[in-house]
Design a protein around this ligand. Structure first.
Ligand SMILES: Cc1cc2nc3c(=O)[nH]c(=O)nc-3n(C[C@H](O)[C@H](O)[C@H](O)COP(=O)(O)OP(=O)(O)OC[C@H]3O[C@@H](n4cnc5c(N)ncnc54)[C@H](O)[C@@H]3O)c2cc1C
Length: 472
């Protein structure tokens, strides 16, 4: 530990007690590696405040001692965003003890949750008052509100409700100088210049520490229906979505699943079964919900799919007849990455292009990748309606020790170049973290990069907020 770190840890312990500074290596160790196990950092301590005031004091104390801080929630970042630098120069600032629900109101349709609250806990609390926080994703049992805000997380219901950017009504945060930004009043209209809340959303902890968020709630789900359709190609899948959107506003999940990904799940994930009798080159999982007893989403989905079969948009389809069957369909979708891991090495790319361009882009990109790297298989699945797919490349016959670090990187650059040429994004929902930092620097427009850096340096001139992430 450097002298500055030692003095900071001692001061934090003196002021806030032993729980606020963890130094036992056995307790620190689990938080030094990212969720995917690709980045390993070093930190002598985890500082763990229990209130906004404590965060503010810690940030000031760290500033006085020039000690960088790495904010951390559930550590489920897909891009190494919450993993400290490998040289041990920073301490982790965990928000996990700040996990209270400060208020929830069905009248205001707003919940005010502290940064360390786990997403699944917020879901339960919203259900208890007859409301719902509509953002959900695979890491909901571990990820926190502060992490979701800071990565502008998306998930499976973005189609209808948007990303965190549209679900945050206001934020409370500690800025790099230790001052507190209080934006929790949830104003619908507020034009006092630059929007600090929106600047902090997606900032990945590089502009300050989110301590609490006012989150928009929607009516609870009364009933849901989940269906599966086989389609001939991604263009037909998008045409199906547009057809449904013209007829109803009840569709909130629309996930593309290629035939080969489905087969991998069936091969590797015990207990999974094919949803349809025959195999189809492409599939979509569709979820429709209703907030009232007046409309039945099962009937709705059945009739929409029957019409689509007649119009030859769909080759075959089914609608789950029970909640267990609905869950089984979602399990297939959620198990694709796990099934791929069981198959062998692969690289993952979280990309987006304009929604209408995605069907053409993904087929063209698949052809180009497989031509440039013969023996690999490129496969894209996910949120077609958001123009955001998880474009994965399996090593196949090219698999070799260290493949991810060598050819995997080459493939990443190849795909990022294709996406950039198509006017898309090299990171649709996971952020930049440390994993995509070099690619952002390589591919962002110079003016954009200069603006990002200018904002960072203006707010955090000493570079103490989550160093080596996003922009330097
Ligand atoms: C199985 C799985 C499925 C996922 N699915 C999706 C998905 O569908 N869509 C999607 O968008 N993402 C998805 N993710 C990634 C997603 O980004 C994270 O789950 C979540 O947003 C991060 O929350 P966290 O609390 O774990 O944050 P962490 O991983 O701890 O941190 C993430 C980033 O936010 C910063 N940070 C954390 N807390 C704060 C705070 N209070 N103030 C300031 N900065 C902070 C960290 O420094 C880091 O840069 C998935 C992850 C997993 C493991």
């Amino acid at each position: 530990m450097s002298n500055g770190q030692t003095s900071l840890v001692e001061e934090v312990r003196d002021r806030f007690g032993p729980k606020a500074a963890i130094t036992d290596p056995a307790d620190v160790e689990p938080w030094l590696t990212d969720w995917r196990g690709r980045f390993h950092g070093k930190a002598a301590a985890i500082l763990s405040p229990s209130s906004t005031d404590e965060v503010s004091q810690i940030v000031k104390l760290a500033g006085e001692r020039c000690v960088p801080l790495v904010p951390q929630g559930g550590n489920t970042s897909m891009v190494g965003g919450a993993t400290p630098p490998a040289d041990g120069s920073a301490l982790i600032l965990s928000l996990r003890r700040m996990n209270r629900l400060r208020s929830i109101s069905s009248e205001h349709n707003v919940a005010i949750a502290e940064a360390g609250m786990i997403l699944a806990d917020l879901h339960d609390q919203a259900t208890a008052v007859g409301r719902r926080f509509p953002l959900t994703l695979g890491a909901r049992g571990s990820c926190t509100i502060g992490g979701l805000v800071s990565t502008n997380a998306g998930g499976t219901q973005v189609l209808r409700f948007g990303t965190m950017r549209s679900l945050v009504a206001g934020l409370e945060a500690v800025l790099p100088d230790g001052s507190i930004h209080s934006g929790l009043s949830g104003l619908k209209k507020d034009n006092r210049g630059y929007n600090l809340d929106q600047l902090l959303i997606g900032a990945e902890g590089t502009l300050g520490i989110v301590t609490a968020a006012a989150l928009k709630l929607v009516p609870a789900v009364y009933a849901r229906s989940v269906g599966w359709a086989g389609v001939r190609d991604p263009k037909a899948a998008l045409a199906l979505l547009r057809d449904f959107e013209a007829k109803t506003d009840r569709i909130e999940g629309f996930e593309l699943v290629p035939g080969d990904s489905l087969q991998l799940v069936l091969n590797h994930i015990p207990g999974t079964r094919p949803p349809l009798e025959g195999a189809h080159p492409w599939n979509v999982l569709i979820e429709a919900t209703s907030a009232t007893a007046n409309s039945d989403p099962v009937e709705l989905l059945q009739s929409l799919l029957a019409g689509a079969i007649e119009a030859k948009l769909v080759e075959d389809a089914m609608v789950a007849s029970s909640e267990a069957q609905a869950e089984a369909l979602w399990r297939i979708r959620d198990s694709i990455s796990e099934a791929e891991r069981a198959e062998g090495p692969s690289t993952a790319h979280d990309i987006s292009v304009a929604v209408a361009d995605m069907p053409g882009f993904l087929l063209e990109a698949k052809r180009e990748v497989e031509r440039a790297f013969p023996g690999t298989t490129a496969s894209a699945f996910g949120h077609l309606g958001d123009g955001n797919l998880h474009f994965h490349v399996r090593a196949g016959s090219r698999a070799a020790p260290g493949w991810n670090e060598s050819e995997g990187h080459e493939i990443e650059r190849f795909i990022d170049d294709l996406v950039t040429r198509a006017g898309g994004s090299i990171s649709a929902e996971h952020g930049i973290g440390q994993m995509k930092r070099g690619e952002l620097e390589r591919l962002a427009a110079p003016g954009d990069l200069a603006a990002l850096r200018a904002i960072k340096h203006a707010l955090d001139p000493m570079g103490l907020m989550n160093p080596e992430k996003l922009v330097g």
